[in-house]
Design a protein around this ligand. Sequence first.
Ligand SMILES: Cc1ncc(COP(=O)(O)O)c(C=O)c1O
Length: 379
Amino acid sequence: MNLFNVYPLFNINPVKAQGSFLWDDKGEKYLDFYGGHAVISIGHNHPYYQNKLKDQLEKISFYSNSVQNELQTELAEKLGKISGYEDYNLFLCNSGAEANENALKLASFHNGKNKVLYFSGSFHGRTSAAVSVTDNPKIVAPVNFSERFIKSEWNNIQQLEEIFETLGSEISSVIIEGIQGVGGIMIPTAEFLSKIKELCEKYDTALILDEVQSGYGRSGYFFAHQEFGIEPDMITIAKGMGNGFPIGGVLIHPKFQASNGLLGTTFGGNHLACAAAIAVLDVMKEENLTENAQKMGDYIEDEIKDFPHIKTIRRKGLMIGIELDQDCAEVRKNLLYNHHIFTGNSNDKNVLRILPALNIGKEETDLFIGALKTVLESI
Ligand SMILES: Cc1ncc(COP(=O)(O)O)c(C=O)c1O
């Protein structure tokens, strides 16, 4: 059997990883400045994380959501404390798309409405409702398409108001990324976010903040939206939450009523996944990684801002979009093959997306800065 061929692959086969580095099957070393799409939050194979998972494997790795699981309670308590959302409730699942799918569904159960507003440039995942609120027609199959999903322009308050004026009473939820990642590191304005919040309150519409990529300390705040002082009805999380172990979740405002069977999953919140997620939170707290993201992000921006071919840098903490005056594909290839550094791209072909682990130090960062300078000066 062959693999279903949906991924364009670099011809590199990583077999070992530690901290911000990977090694391939030929023993070549690579610097990871992308974290496998923002997943590696506390660095590869952090010893505390490894030990937590090994210990858990020795005990129990899985049982279904039909029994008590104290690890879920510990995770919810720790997440509530570190994020400042102690009065919210947590639903655990397995991925970012699944978190959004459940949030959209819960909003609709709650207010009985069936339209969803989303924004240009958005990416919310590839499952049914999540892909319907993703602004990429290439990945929305006919079975996912519906006029119930309404697109509004990013950061355009006037259009938002107009849509709410005509359809507000039918809009169940608004879904928005804390910072758009796949869209090219697009940051919402404070006015835009507070207008969304105001309209959601006025029309009994649930506000869903997708923090799958921008969350978990990456922006220099625990959640990117916290910079703007708004409180969403639901917050969705995944990616860095498990540092590579698949886990996702929805933080749910207490006004949403839970009832038996309303949401559910076989694997969500299993023992191993919770152990991984608890380890991530423990390390983030112990090593002040949200602060480190802010500090190292500031340092990178300061060092690279005058490099040639950089048009703008859009950034919060270690969520960095470097907009070049040309397609970034060659720059990425050059960084990877000549300097052994992984970086990312985005739907905006000129934007190089940089998402390193939150615990990077100056030494690794200087390797990236030096290589980027060499590459940009050579074109
Ligand atoms: C903002 C955002 N939401 C949701 C998702 C989907 O997450 P997953 O791939 O875990 O389903 C992603 C993935 O890139 C994302 O960036």
